[in-house]
Design a protein around this ligand. Structure first.
Ligand SMILES: Nc1ncnc2c1ncn2[C@@H]1O[C@H](COP(=O)(O)OP(=O)(O)O)[C@@H](O)[C@H]1O
Ligand SMILES: [Mg+2]
Length: 243
């Protein structure tokens, strides 16, 4: 099953979700791969793997290289990583140049789907060919949303572009529940959007600390509210997927 953390915007918690959820999936015994599609390589960094400087990641996306040869192990059992590649920043061009751009990613993913129970795609923030490919390739989109009025547009946009068969699992991210505005917004939003997950990821210093720890939350702050939230989120996602 292919799960993509996606939002048009950066800085909303896509990478944090991808790393923590992939970790939790692997810890349960599922064979899990995280593919870092963002040339900035944040999830590659958090999992302590070196990004490829000019490794021809675009060749991979064009189907000219075998993905298996680029996969790295991580410090965690059952969790592998396909590291970020700086050439992904040209990926739009490469996808565009190929005949059926949106099929490429699906084709590269086909053997990986057979090999892994879960493939997480950590997406760059964009509305582009890359995201169209992701919409086509993913079984479900995990969409972190800030509790802000504009977030409604993100979902509207995805509704326009993604296929109906691609499930959307949006959830609130970076929530300060002491803020009345956050609470009110979430309440009205959830009333209009029944697909919203019930679990909310709080705004928490622990999540920021992942950058220093270079590790998933479970490894250094398992009792904190953020780790609790991600465990709950993963449980809810699994229930939705297997319903
Ligand atoms: N729930 C949260 N609470 C506090 N900081 C967060 C939270 N989620 C993400 N951050 C911080 O915000 C920044 C962007 O998060 P990241 O997960 O990289 O977002 P994206 O992948 O969408 O750009 C990072 O510095 C991260 O540590
Ligand atoms: Mg990111």
């Amino acid at each position: 099953m292919v799960l993509a953390t996606y939002n048009i915007k950066g800085g909303v918690g896509k990478t944090s979700a991808a790393v923590n959820l992939a970790y939790l999936a692997a810890r349960e015994g599922a064979t899990t791969l995280l593919w870092d599609l963002d040339p900035q390589g944040a999830s590659t960094y958090l999992l302590r793997v070196k990004p490829r400087i000019k490794g021809g990641g675009s060749r991979l996306v064009r189907g000219k290289t075998d993905a298996g040869r680029r996969i790295k192990g991580t410090d965690y059992d059952g969790l592998d990583l396909l590291p970020a590649d700086f050439s992904y920043r040209h990926m739009d061009l490469h996808l565009d140049a190929s005949k059926r751009p949106t099929r490429r990613l699906s084709r590269v993913l086909a053997p990986l789907k057979r090999e892994y129970d879960y493939v997480f795609l950590d997406c760059p923030p964009s509305i582009s060919l890359v995201s169209e490919s992701v919409f086509e390739a993913a079984d479900a989109l995990l969409i972190p949303l800030l509790p802000a009025a504009l977030s409604a547009r993100t979902l509207d946009h995805i509704d326009e572009v993604a296929r109906d068969s691609t499930r959307r699992l949006p959830f609130f991210s970076m929530v300060d529940s002491r803020k009345r505005m956050h609470r009110e917004l979430m309440e009205s939003f959830t009333a209009q959007r029944p697909e919203m997950l019930r679990t909310v990821v709080p705004l928490a210093a622990d999540v920021e600390r992942m950058g220093q720890a270079r590790a998933p939350l479970e490894e250094f702050a398992p009792r904190g509210g953020a780790a609790v939230a991600f465990r709950e989120l993963w449980k809810e996602i699994r229930e939705r997927l297997h319903r």
